[in-house]
Design a protein around this ligand. Structure first.
Ligand code: ZN
Length: 333
């Protein structure tokens, strides 16, 4: 194969990263956002080369690194009410177009300039973050415009955040309350201006802050998808990991240098048609979920139509009927 001219040659031809994390000297670092972004950038370079002029769909699951925010991200949970103190310096933004006080489209800095006049009320906060109160006031949200005192955090929002961290099984809804069935944390029914943190979190620029992964993928002109939480069956790579682990287990001899070589071998061994099958299986799950099937019926339909890319409503109905008939026959035994 002829070599490409140097300026067209790929700097990387394989984006795979294998780490042996250890706290001992010489051990690799544990996987982190920095390594992940470097790997993604390499993968994008390769994808652009292999599929030129193509919009590539990048699919990620919900693992911990994947939602990392840029350091200067607009993130309301890290902000103070007042200026300065311990809060990150966030990037400049533009006041959202739907601002009800006529400030939409104005650029806004979330920090004070590095130099303020001596008589400026925030002289002591030069270069420091402004905090929620001032940022909201610049957007027109003040006690006067809202007709009530504005507090930083309200009890309701605090309680909701605490529940998100740890659901309280003892919590009982008032049975007289008509809306008692709204068990899920449906924030859309909560007041929108109960406190500063809530108001700011609902501002378009804060609400639409993208995570790093998405920013890097979109900068490259591609599309970024995140799979729903707790659904590994929708992720083709889970099937691939399973295949690789089995290959490895069947051949390992307990020797660590052999294991290192075997790992690379295992990762390369999975045939392309098999990988395509993994994607088809993930897509079958998607299609049965889209038709509303869940649990055991979904499993059954996905297995029954192994050769299909997707499952139609008619196929799903037939699968459900077949499974129920089998279950009924078993009960009669
Ligand atoms: Zn609130």
């Amino acid at each position: 194969m002829k070599k490409l001219p140097p300026d067209q040659q790929l700097e990387v031809v394989n984006s795979r990263v294998t780490i042996m994390p250890s706290s001992k000297a010489g051990g690799d670092n544990y996987w982190n956002t920095e390594q992940m972004i470097a790997q993604l950038r390499n993968a994008i370079k390769i994808a652009n080369f292999v599929f030129p002029n193509t919009v590539v769909h990048w699919v990620f699951d919900n693992s911990s690194c994947h939602d990392s925010m840029p350091e200067d991200a607009l993130c309301v949970t890290k902000m103070n009410v007042g200026a300065g103190g311990k809060q990150p310096k966030m990037r400049d933004t533009v006041i959202p177009a739907n601002n009800p006080f006529g400030h939409g489209g104005k650029p806004q800095s979330l920090c004070f300039p590095d130099h303020l006049p001596d008589d400026h009320p925030h002289k002591k906060d030069e270069g420091q973050p402004k905090g929620m109160k001032i940022i909201l006031a610049e957007r027109g949200y003040t006690a006067a415009s809202l007709g009530k005192r504005l507090i930083g955090d309200c009890g309701q929002c605090k309680a909701r955040r605490a529940r998100k961290v740890q659901p309280d099984p003892n919590e009982k809804h008032n049975s007289d309350d008509e809306s008692a069935e709204s068990e899920g944390e449906d924030e859309s029914s909560e007041p929108v201006d109960c406190c500063m943190r809530r108001i700011l979190s609902l501002q378009d620029d804060f609400a639409k802050q993208k995570c790093l992964l998405q920013m890097v993928v979109e900068e490259a002109g591609h599309i970024c998808h995140f799979l729903p939480k707790f659904h590994p069956e929708l992720n083709a790579i889970e099937y691939y990991w399973g295949w690789v682990k089995r290959y490895f287990r069947e051949r390992t001899n307990g020797n660590s240098s052999h294991a290192r070589k075997l790992l690379d071998e295992a990762l390369d061994a999975c045939p392309l048609p098999t990988i395509r099958r993994f994607f088809r299986r993930a897509r079958r799950y998607l299609s049965v979920y889209e038709l509303g099937a869940t649990g055991i019926n979904a499993e059954y339909a996905v297995k029954k139509y192994k050769s299909h890319r997707g499952v139609s409503q008619k196929d799903l109905d037939a699968a459900v009927e077949e499974r129920e008939a089998k279950a009924a026959a078993l009960r009669r035994l």
